[in-house]
Design a protein. Structure first.
Length: 168
């Protein structure tokens, strides 16, 4: 099993566990047992390490809970590539269709959603290289920006659901 296959197998395991309601880190809930939804003010965005395989580029978008309480995320973030003037380059990422669950994010913990594009013009042209990714966390209408030099190619730009572990 190569480096990429191991990470994708781990991602699949995490997705199954997340779908089963497994959470990572200490979880504090209110008296009713519910945890509030993470807001953009709770999250610090960063980019993980890029990985390439079979003509694709995979790049984890990481969001760390910087608040003092546990919050939850469920589903897919909205992701688009921006230029230096914050203008959008090409269409936003489409969803991969993977199953997901609610991820409870303890203070200081990081969750990940993986973006994918073609690793070059393998079936169509590439868009200009962006300077930022605009990320709308699941259930949020407010975006956060993260510096990221990303070029989407061949009309392929997808994002997976938020998972509880970093995959690369």
């Amino acid at each position: 099993m190569n480096h990429f296959s191991k990470h994708m197998a781990a991602l699949g395991t995490v997705a199954v566990l997340a779908g089963a309601g497994v959470t990572w880190g200490a979880v504090r809930a209110d008296a009713a047992g519910t945890v509030r939804t993470c807001t953009t003010g709770d999250l610090y965005p960063s980019m993980g390490r890029k990985d390439a395989a079979a003509g694709s580029l995979y790049w984890p978008v990481q969001m760390t809970n910087t608040s003092t309480s546990t919050c939850a995320l469920r589903g897919y973030p909205g992701v688009s590539v921006l230029n230096t003037s914050h203008g959008q380059i090409g269409p936003a990422a489409s969803r991969t269709g993977e199953k997901y669950g609610t991820i409870k994010v303890a203070p200081g913990r990081t969750v990940t959603a993986v973006v994918r594009t073609a690793n070059g013009p393998v079936g169509g042209p590439c868009n200009p290289t962006g300077t930022y990714l605009r990320i709308y966390p699941p259930a949020s209408t407010k975006a956060i920006l993260v510096p990221a030099s990303l070029r989407t190619c061949s009309g392929l730009f997808t994002v997976g659901p938020v998972t509880a572990r970093t995959v690369f």
